[in-house]
Write a protein that binds this ligand. Structure first.
Ligand code: IVH
Length: 719
C-alpha cells in the first residue's frame, strides 16, 4: 500500500505557539529530507507543488511567530531561488503528454479517429509525420526577438523550472536564432538526452571517483540539466533534439514537417529520421524500421511518435484531457523477465471484487525489482480473455509455474506467458475461491447484460458487512483525492477498523468525542503519543469542510471516479441537491431526476445506475447522512471563464455538417460550457443541424434559443 505523503494539517492561524514550534521542527526535517532526495539523489518523492506547500507553510508559521525562527530554519538557508530550488516558470502554452498506442490496431484506430473527427472525405488523406520518441526530458526554450531568454523544464506541464543558465552551456542550443523573419516570440521545444556511450563513460569515471552512479541515461540527462552549478551542466555532454514549439507570435509554416525544417534552419538539431507518411502502412513501416535500428541509434528511444501534418487540422483536433488528439506515441514492446510464481493472493476491493495477485520470486525488469503482478481475474488465470477468446494460447497459470513477466512504463507488471517445459509435475489448475476470503460470503460472477456472458469479476455479495469491503471503502474515503486526512492512511484505517474504532466515515469525525470518554485512549496506543493524537484530531477537523466533488468521489460509488465526481458536482451544485436528486432518480428510469442524471454529458447509463443503486441502499443513505451531520460540504464552483458561453448548457442535434459532434462538444467544454444530451428548461442553446427532430421541437416548446451551425461558430469565435 502506498504511504500517504504528509500534508499541511491545521490552518496556520489556528496554531498556538507550542503547536507552531513542534510543526516548524517537523517541517524543517521534512523539507531537509526532500532537499536531499532532490539534490543529491535526483530522485524526489513528492511533486514540486507539494514541496512548495511545505515551504509556504513553514514561512507562514514563522511570519506569525517570528520568535520561533532558528538558524536551522529552511528560510535561513541560501538558495538561488526563493523556493530553495529553481525558479518557477509558467508555460504560456502547456507542455502536454502523449497518448499511447501499443499495437498496429491502435495505430489504425488513431488514424481513423482523426479522420472521423475531421469528417474527412475518402479522398482527403491526413498526412502524418513520424519520428523517434526520445527517452530524455522535455525542455522549452523561449526566444524573444531571436535571443534566447529562457530555458524551462516541463515540470507538471503547466509550470516548469527555470534552467536558463544551464541550457546556455549546451552546444546544441543556439543563443540566437538564425535567418530572417524570426517571429518576435518563439518557443522551441524538444528533448534533452545523452548518448549511450557518454553515459557509460560517465559512470565508469564516477565509479573510480566514488561518486554516485546514474541509474540510466534519462536520469543522467535530468540530473545534469538540473544542476545548481551551470559549470557542472557544461561538463556533461547533453544533446537536444527539437521537435515541437510552444508560444509563437507568428507561424512560419503551415505543416508540422515544414515547421521542423524551419526549426532546423533556425539553428537547431532536428531528428534526421523524421519522415512524412501518407497512410497507416507508411507509419507501421517506419515503426518497424526504427525498431530494427533501435540498438544502433546511440541514444535511448522508447517508441515513435506520429503527428498529423497539417497545423490547421492539429488545431481543430485539439486536446482531450492532457493529450493531443492529433498525435500519439507508438511504444515499443516492454521489457521482459522470467521468474517463478510462488503463490496467488486474493484481494477484496471496496466494491467486493476478488482480485488475484501473483506473488513472484523477486526479479529485476527494466531496472525495477518486481515481486507482484496482476492476474486480473479468474478467466485470465485460466487463459481466457475478456472477450471469451483464448489468451496465452489458452494456457492456464498455476502456482509453481515459471512465468515470463513484463513491465511497460508505469503499467503494473503482467504475466505474458508460462514456460510449460518447466511446469512442476505436481502443479494443479488453480481453484478460484467461490467464497469471499474476508467474510466467507458467497462470491459470484454476475451476468453481463451486454455480452450475455458471466462478468469477468467475481464479487463478494456481502457489501454491507464484509469487513474487507468496508475497510477498503474507508481507505478510499481518506485517500489523497478524497478526504485526504493527514495521519490517517491505510495503516491507521486497518488498525482502527480492526479495533472497532472507525467502522464508517462518520466515525472518523466522532473519534475525538468518543476518545474523550473512552477508557483506553488513542494516546495510549502503541506508536501514538499526545502530540500525534492532537495532530490527528486537528487534521480531521481541517477536513470538516470539504469540496462537493471530493465528497462525492470519497463515497466510493462504483464507476464514480474523480472525473465523474466533478461532473456531478458541477451539475448539482450542492450536496443537498445531489442527495435529493439521486434518491429521486431511484423512482425509475422514467423519472425526471433519472433522465436529468443520465443526460449529463459524460455520465452514461452504467454510471447512472451505479449511483442510483448506491442511494437505493438504506445503509448507504444512512452512512451519508451520518457523515453530513458531522461535516460541511462546500457548493461546487461553476467553471469560470470569460468566454461568451461559459457556464451555459448546449445541446447539439441533427446531422451536423460544419463540424462533428465530438468536435463541437470539445469546443463547448473548452470554453466552459457543458454539452448535454437532452433539452430541458435549463438548456441555454440548442445547435440544430439539418434533420433535427424532437430535440428541436422540445427547444421551441420550452423557448430555448436555437442556433444554426454558423451562428454557433460565430458565437464561439466571438465574431
Ligand atoms: S511531441 C503535445 N515528439 O514524450 C505533445 N514528444 O509522452 C508534445 N518525447 O513529454 C510532445 N520524443 O518529453 C514529442 N519526437 C517527440 C518526442 C516526444 C520524446 C517525449 C516528450 C513528451 C513525452 C510525451
Amino acid at each position: 500500500m502506498a504511504v500517504k505523503a504528509k500534508k499541511a494539517p491545521v490552518p496556520v492561524d489556528k496554531l498556538n505557539e507550542t503547536q507552531a514550534k513542534v510543526e516548524l521542527v517537523r517541517l524543517a526535517l521534512e523539507i531537509e529530507r526532500h532537499n536531499e532526495r532532490y539534490y543529491q539523489n535526483d530522485a524526489p518523492t513528492i511533486s514540486d507543488a507539494a514541496y512548495d506547500e511545505l515551504r509556504k507553510r513553514s514561512d507562514a508559521i514563522e511570519a506569525r511567530f517570528p520568535g520561533l525562527v532558528t538558524r536551522d530554519s529552511p528560510s535561513q538557508k541560501v538558495g538561488a531561488a526563493p523556493s530553495g530550488r529553481f525558479a518557477k516558470v509558467p508555460h504560456s502554452v502547456p507542455m502536454l503528454s502523449l497518448g499511447n498506442a501499443f499495437s498496429d490496431e491502435d495505430v489504425t484506430d488513431f488514424v481513423e479517429r482523426v479522420r472521423r473527427f475531421l469528417k474527412l472525405g475518402e479522398d482527403e488523406i491526413p498526412a502524418i509525420v513520424a519520428e523517434p520518441k526520445i527517452d530524455g526530458l522535455s525542455l522549452s526554450l523561449r526566444y524573444e526577438d531571436g535571443e534566447l531568454v529562457r530555458g524551462a523544464t516541463r515540470g507538471d506541464g503547466f509550470t516548469g523550472e527555470d534552467v536558463t543558465a544551464n541550457v546556455r552551456t549546451m552546444s546544441d542550443i543556439p543563443h540566437r536564432l538564425k535567418g530572417h523573419n524570426i517571429p518576435a516570440i518563439c518557443e522551441i521545444r524538444g528533448e534533452v538526452y545523452i548518448l549511450g556511450r557518454d553515459f557509460i563513460g560517465f559512470n565508469k569515471r564516477a565509479e573510480k571517483e566514488g561518486i554516485q552512479l546514474a541509474a540510466n541515461p534519462r536520469n543522467f540527462a535530468a540530473g545534469s540539466l538540473r544542476q545548481k552549478d551551470p559549470s557542472i551542466t557544461a561538463s556533461r555532454p547533453l544533446k537536444f533534439y527539437a521537435y515541437a514549439w510552444g508560444e509563437m507570435s507568428a507561424m512560419p509554416a503551415k505543416t508540422q514537417h515544414e515547421m521542423i525544417e524551419w526549426i532546423h534552419k533556425a539553428g537547431f538539431v532536428t531528428n534526421p529520421l523524421t519522415t512524412l507518411c501518407k497512410d497507416v502502412e507508411g507509419l507501421l513501416k517506419f515503426y518497424r524500421r526504427i525498431e530494427q535500428k533501435r540498438a544502433t541509434l546511440g541514444y535511448d528511444i522508447d517508441g515513435v511518435v506520429y503527428k498529423v501534418d497539417r497545423l490547421d487540422w492539429q488545431e481543430r483536433l485539439g486536446f482531450v484531457s492532457r493529450n493531443p488528439r492529433w498525435a500519439i506515441a507508438h511504444k515499443f514492446a516492454a521489457e521482459q523477465a522470467t521468474t517463478v510464481l510462488n503463490d496467488i493472493e486474493i484481494q477484496v476491493g471496496r466494491t467486493g471484487a476478488l482480485t488475484p495477485v501473483a506473488k513472484l520470486a523477486p526479479v529485476t525488469v527494466g531496472g525495477v525489482v518486481v515481486q507482484n503482478a496482476t492476474l486480473h481475474n479468474e478467466d485470465y488465470i485460466k487463459g481466457i480473455g475478456n472477450d471469451g477468446q483464448p489468451i496465452r494460447e489458452g494456457v492456464d497459470i498455476r502456482i509453481g509455474d515459471t512465468v515470463v513477466i513484463q513491465r511497460a512504463g508505469d503499467v503494473i507488471p503482467q504475466i505474458v506467458s508460462v514456460v510449460l517445459d518447466k511446469r512442476p509435475k505436481t502443479a494443479k489448475p488453480y481453484q478460484f475461491p467461490t467464497v469471499c476470503p474476508a467474510c466467507g460470503s458467497h462470491a459470484v460472477r454476475e451476468g453481463d447484460p451486454k455480452t450475455g456472458r458471466p462478468d469477468s469479476v467475481r464479487r463478494c455479495t456481502n457489501s454491507l458487512a464484509c469487513p474487507a469491503q468496508a475497510k477498503e471503502r474507508l481507505k478510499h474515503f481518506v485517500a489523497r483525492n478524497a478526504f485526504d486526512i493527514d495521519g490517517l492512511g491505510d495503516k491507521q484505517i486497518e488498525e482502527f477498523f480492526n479495533d472497532g474504532l472507525v467502522m464508517s466515515p462518520a466515525d472518523i469525525f466522532t473519534l475525538q468525542k468518543r476518545d474523550a470518554r473512552a477508557q483506553k485512549k488513542l494516546a495510549d496506543r502503541e506508536g501514538y503519543g499526545a502530540t500525534s493524537v492532537r495532530n490527528l484530531f486537528a487534521a480531521i477537523d481541517a477536513r470538516r469542510t470539504i469540496a462537493l466533488h471530493r465528497f462525492i468521489f470519497a463515497l466510493g460509488i462504483r464507476h464514480v471516479g474523480e472525473g465523474n465526481a466533478k461532473l456531478l458536482a458541477r451539475h448539482y451544485g450542492t450536496v443537498e441537491a445531489f442527495r435529493a436528486a439521486m434518491i429521486a432518480a431511484g423512482e425509475g428510469p422514467e423519472s425526471e431526476a433519472y433522465q436529468d442524471l443520465n443526460g449529463i454529458e459524460g455520465i452514461g447509463t452504467v454510471v447512472a445506475n451505479a449511483i442510483v443503486e448506491f442511494f437505493a441502499e438504506p445503509h448507504s443513505v444512512k452512512a451519508v447522512d451520518d457523515l453530513l451531520s458531522e461535516i460541511t460540504v462546500q457548493p461546487a464552483e461553476k467553471a469560470k471563464t470569460d468566454s461568451p458561453i461559459a457556464g451555459k448548457i448546449v445541446v447539439f442535434t441533427g446531422s451536423l455538417e460544419k463540424f462533428t459532434r465530438d468536435e463541437a462538444k470539445a469546443t463547448a467544454e473548452r470554453l466552459g460550457a457543458k454539452a448535454s444530451g437532452s433539452v430541458s428548461k435549463k438548456t441555454d442553446y440548442v445547435v440544430a443541424g439539418p434533420g433535427a427532430g424532437s430535440k428541436l421541437a422540445e427547444a421551441n416548446k420550452l423557448g430555448v434559443k436555437v442556433l444554426t451551425e454558423d451562428e454557433w461558430l460565430a458565437l464561439v469565435s466571438g465574431r
